[in-house]
Design a binder for this molecule. Structure first.
Ligand code: MG
Length: 449
């Protein structure tokens, strides 16, 4: 590995308060793991992805990128650009092995990190203030360890917030210029002087939360650049993309991003995940699967006498990207209907740009059944003197719960907005072929410690 040079002079290593956020992104991760496991692939154009007509490239080696191959590109297009392209199917258990080692290295720097997918993490460096850690030096040390111990290359970005840290790691990477590979800086810090300059040059499609459909919409509105967003007021923006996304975009356009690093503390959860033999297309198919998953989770919760306040969904697309969404309620649930309602509301907020190969529904934040004031069950007080009173009590309890549930769904919509696309496709009557995922969440619900 060549010594990494920061875009800014390393002698001007900022303090952890000047560059509190760090983003690491492994280079061409899946393809690099395949090459490590089979050195005969070294220097060859390699892609990991779906080989079929509908398949997309999930990861491409830099040799493949020289021919214009990119992730999320249909495999047929990639083969046209690069006839010698070697397309391999993914081996996710192997990528997970590497990902765990990657997280070990990060954890040695700081426990305050948040994984994003298998090959990216955000870390908050501020707890290292008293140790006199300098961000650029720490980032360079990380790159050396990842290279020495995992055999992988990575780019590291440093910035005032997640927005700039992520943009910086992207900038730190090697890139292809006229068919030639040009080394990246490896470590890039976006200093306050660079922030405005970067925002001025940035297309809206490069912002977090802007999917292809939203990007097309903004471009149609004459707003292809982040600098264009600054020219219009947030209300006008909201009338086109909804209040939730408008607020986010407005903040980003002004260089503000208050998202914190969410540290992955071990949480108790019960979940059910499945990888589908045939990827699901459209919201209708997803909803059917979500109902089935919710039923499994509800049965497992009741089986263990648990009531959960947080419902999460995990969606992974055919292009190997993914989304996780969760909602915490003011009350606990263990009921199939209630879990389904929340899961569906979370699903409705996701932009379905690709078909879905994996769906998971998880329940967490358990509370004691006795602490739960509102619960959507047919339960009643044992002391209720007669059946009629019990029926009234049940009916009253259910009514409160339905209202609470409806409010919770409204909260989900306020928080995430509604997806701008998500066309319902015809529901295939033949039923879905479902293959249970191997490995984690193997067969049915899983309780993580
Ligand atoms: Mg990567």
């Amino acid at each position: 590995m060549k010594p990494s040079a920061a875009l800014n002079s390393p002698s001007e290593d900022p303090s952890v308060d000047e560059a509190p956020l760090l983003h690491v992104d492994l280079d061409a991760f899946f393809a690099s793991v395949e090459i490590l496991d089979d050195p005969t692939l070294l220097g060859k154009p390699v892609a990991v992805g779906g080989p079929a007509s509908r398949g997309v490239v999930a990861s491409a080696s830099y040799e493949a990128r020289r021919f214009g191959v990119r992730s999320a590109m249909p495999t047929v297009v990639a083969r046209r650009l690069c006839p010698n392209l070697i397309v391999l199917p993914g081996r996710f258990d192997r990528y997970e092995d590497y990902s765990r080692q990657f997280h070990h290295v990060i954890r040695d720097l700081t426990p305050d990190f948040e994984p994003l997918g298998l090959d990216e993490v955000f870390a908050d460096l501020r707890s290292l203030r008293l140790l006199n850690v300098r961000p650029i030096a720490a980032a360079q040390a990380l790159r050396h360890r990842i290279n020495n111990e995992l055999g992988l290359e990575c780019g590291v970005g440093l910035g005032r917030n997640k927005l700039f840290a992520k943009l910086a790691s992207k900038k730190s990477k090697p890139r292809v210029v006229q068919g030639n590979l040009v080394d990246g800086a490896g470590v890039v810090w976006v200093s306050p002087e660079l922030e405005v300059q970067w925002l001025n040059e940035l297309p809206v499609r490069a912002l977090w939360g802007v999917g292809p459909a939203t990007a097309a919409k903004l471009e149609k509105l004459g707003l292809p650049w982040v600098r264009d967003l600054v020219q219009i007021d947030e209300k006008t923006l909201a009338s086109h993309v909804g209040p939730s996304l408008a607020a986010t975009l407005w903040a980003f356009a002004h260089g503000e991003d208050n998202r914190e690093v969410v540290v992955d503390r071990p949480v108790k959860s019960i979940g059910h995940e499945q990888t589908f033999l045939r990827s699901l297309q459209g919201m209708d198919e997803l909803v059917v699967a979500a109902r089935a998953h919710s039923a499994v989770v509800a049965r497992a919760l009741r089986g263990q006498g648990r009531v959960a306040r947080t419902i999460s969904i995990v969606v992974r697309f055919d292009d190997f990207t993914g989304v996780t969404r969760s909602q915490t309620l003011s009350f606990g649930i263990d009921d199939e209907f209630a879990i389904t309602v929340i899961a569906e509301a979370l699903l409705a907020s996701i932009e379905l740009a690709h078909s879905v190969r994996l769906l998971g529904v998880h329940a967490s934040s358990f509370i004691e059944r006795s602490e739960n004031q509102m619960q959507l069950t047919f339960g009643f007080e044992a002391t209720s003197p007669n059946a009629r009173e019990r029926a009234q009590l049940v009916s009253r309890e259910r009514q409160i719960s339905y209202e609470a549930l409806r409010d919770a769904v409204d909260d989900v919509r306020d928080k995430f907005g509604r997806a701008s696309v998500g066309t319902a496709s015809e529901l295939r009557e033949s039923g879905m072929e479902i293959e249970t995922q191997r490995g984690r969440h193997a067969f049915g619900p899983e309780v993580s410690p």
